[in-house]
Each structure stands twice: as C-alpha cells, then as structure tokens.
Design a binder for this molecule. Structure first.
Ligand SMILES: Cc1cc2nc3c(=O)[nH]c(=O)nc-3n(C[C@H](O)[C@H](O)[C@H](O)COP(=O)(O)O)c2cc1C
Length: 325
C-alpha cells in the first residue's frame, strides 16, 4: 500500500516520467544502500535446483541490474537469487532513447534496450569486488557488432571472462531487441552454441527462451538441451505480441513484459515440464503471490520477477515467499 500510494507515485512522476532515468536513479540509490545487505533476510525457503542451493525460490530476473551495480541490496530485499546481465563481450550503449515505456493501465512494460551494458570484463571486475548472499546467475548475450555467424565465439569470450563468478549461466537467445538473436533458438544454431558453451564450464548452463515459439519449436529446444547437457530452461523472455493492450505506448517496438505475458509464460512452463524433466525458472507477469503459485503449479522450480517488482515494489518478494513456504 505504502509503496503504491507513496513510493511508486513519487518514482513514476520523477524526471518528467522518463522511465529509464527513474530506473537509473533508483539503481544508484540501491547501490548506495548495499552496505545494509549484512542484514539480508533471504534464507527462508531453501531448495536445491540443478545442483545449486537457493535460500528461497524468488529471483530477480535478468535485465534489471545488468552490470551488477546493486547486488547486495537485492539479497537485503529478500531475493533468493539474482540474475545479472544480459552482458555481451563488447561493451555497448544499446538502442537510441527513449527505449523503455511503462504501460500503466496494462501493468506492463515495453522495452527495446538492446543489451546496453559495460561488457563481460567490466562485470567480472565488478563481481571480484562484490559479496552476494545468494546464488548468482549470469545471463550471456551476443554483442550487436558481432555477426550471428560468429555468435558462438562472442558468447564463449564472455563465459571465459566470467567463468569463476556465476553459480549458473543463462544463454539468452530470446531477446527481441538484438537483430538475429532469436534465430539462435533454431535447432542447428542452438546445438552448436550449447555444445561449445557446455564444454567450457562444469557449472550449470540454462537456456532462456521466448514466449513466441510454437510448441514444436519449444519441443525442439528441449531436445537440444537434453542432448547437450543443458541443466534447465528459463521461460520466458518478453513477447512481441500486443494482444489486449490499452495503454498509449502499446504500439512501441520492443518486448512486452508484465501482466499481459502471464498466461503465455505459464503455458510455456507447463509445456516444458509436461514434456521433460528439465527444471524450469518461471518468469513472466508475476505480480502477486497467487501468480507465483500458479507458476509453481505449472511446474516451475524457481520464479523470477521484473515488471511486477516495478509495479508492486519490494514487498512482493516477501509476499511470494510467505505464500510458497
Ligand atoms: C527493461 C527490461 C530489460 C530486460 N532486459 C533483459 C535482459 O537483458 N536479458 C534477459 O534475459 N531478459 C531481459 N528482460 C526480460 C525479463 O528478464 C523477463 O524475462 C521478462 O520481463 C518477463 O518477466 P516480467 O513479466 O516479470 O517482467 C528485460 C525486461 C525488461 C522489462
């Protein structure tokens, strides 16, 4: 209540409503609050998934803290794990602004950030100086300047720079904002990519998929993962779909997240867990404890939140944990 009526109102109105500037300011404040992390209270609902022990099943989804600027603060807010990135081998500025839009009436976001990040080496240096009281996932993507044909080496470079830092790695082949990236979900390209990446580390490697794949395509991804030592799937990334939206920004290009994605993300998680034993991190449109329960009922072993966190505030993390305990 306090979050929505006071904090959110102030945040959403700040910087003339420029969503990205608000995001930057909030992240800077969070980074300053990181010393508070010694009071972290996230050890409340432990479980072991793909060989990693998680203090609780509620994670921060990739993209919110791409460069790992406020890591200890996330544990202090109760998150059971954090996924940083997506990072790329080459540092890159991302797409021209504006590129982040709140769709308030739809409790959604459209973004076309385009993997703005300081690069894998900078993240490695940052992580050398950081202690996090929760498992760390590292999301890897392809640099924009690298042609899709050379994607494998680009991902490998990032993995090698970061191979001592992550508890698991997410191969992101599902962002809609890097031209050609989603084609890496195709059988041949994905097989080559996961074979090379799984060879380079013994740590758990996961693949993050789009909600816009057909059932047949998801089945193919599952098979490639099972055949090549992938330890789990993250479902789902943002969607290119625009059904049922009413907000002014609904025609912006980019990936849609939040409430309108919930049902599709759930369906994809259920499809994967019905058709395989691969553990799944369920993500997409979780804005309440009941949404998280539905994701777990669909078969997810862990959940992640991004857009729900923006709209509902940090209290959502503990509400979900209480409900799932
Ligand atoms: C602004 C923004 C940036 C994102 N950046 C990334 C990213 O870099 N890598 C990634 O795998 N997913 C990224 N995502 C997708 C989220 O991790 C998540 O899969 C998606 O938003 C669905 O969850 P949600 O409905 O809880 O937001 C981003 C989402 C948003 C809203």
């Amino acid at each position: 209540m306090v979050y929505k009526q006071v904090v959110r109102r102030a945040l959403f109105g700040m910087h003339g409503g420029d969503a990205e500037r608000v995001h930057e300011t909030t992240l800077n404040v969070m980074a300053k609050l990181s010393p508070l992390a010694k009071f972290a209270r996230n050890q409340n609902n432990p479980r072991t998934v793909f060989g990693v022990r998680f203090p609780n099943p509620v994670g921060l989804a990739a993209g919110l803290d791409k460069d790992g600027r406020a890591l200890p603060a996330w544990a202090a807010l109760g998150f059971g794990f954090v996924e940083v990135g997506t990072v790329t081998w080459h540092a890159q500025p991302g797409n021209p602004k504006p590129r982040l839009f709140r769709l308030r009436e739809d409790e959604a976001i459209i973004n076309r950030m385009g993997f703005n990040n300081a690069g894998a080496q900078a993240l490695a240096e940052k992580l050398d100086r950081t202690t996090l009281k929760a498992p760390l996932g590292i999301s890897l993507g392809k640099s924009k300047i690298t042609p899709v044909e050379d994607a494998v080496q680009d991902y490998l470079n990032s993995l090698n720079a970061l191979k001592n830092h992550g508890d698991y790695y997410a191969i992101n082949v599902s962002s809609p904002n890097t031209p050609g990236l989603r084609s890496l979900q195709d059988k041949g390209a994905l097989t080559e990519l996961v074979q090379e990446l799984t060879k380079a580390t013994t740590k758990p490697m996961l693949v993050k998929i789009a909600p816009d794949l057909t059932d047949d395509a998801v089945e193919e991804v599952i098979q490639v993962c099972l055949d090549n030592g992938i330890k789990g799937l993250i479902a789902t990334n943002t969607t290119l779909g625009r059904e049922g939206l009413s907000s002014a920004h609904k025609t912006e290009a980019g990936g849609l997240s939040g409430k309108p994605l919930a049902q599709r993300a759930n369906d994809v998680v259920q499809f994967i867990t019905k058709n395989s034993e691969l553990p799944v991190i369920g993500v997409g449109g979780i804005a309440t404890a009941d949404d998280a329960k539905r994701m777990i009922d669909a078969g997810a072993s862990l959940v992640q939140i991004y857009t729900g966190f923006i709209y509902e505030g940090p209290g959502l993390v503990s509400r979900i944990n209480r409900a799932l305990r």
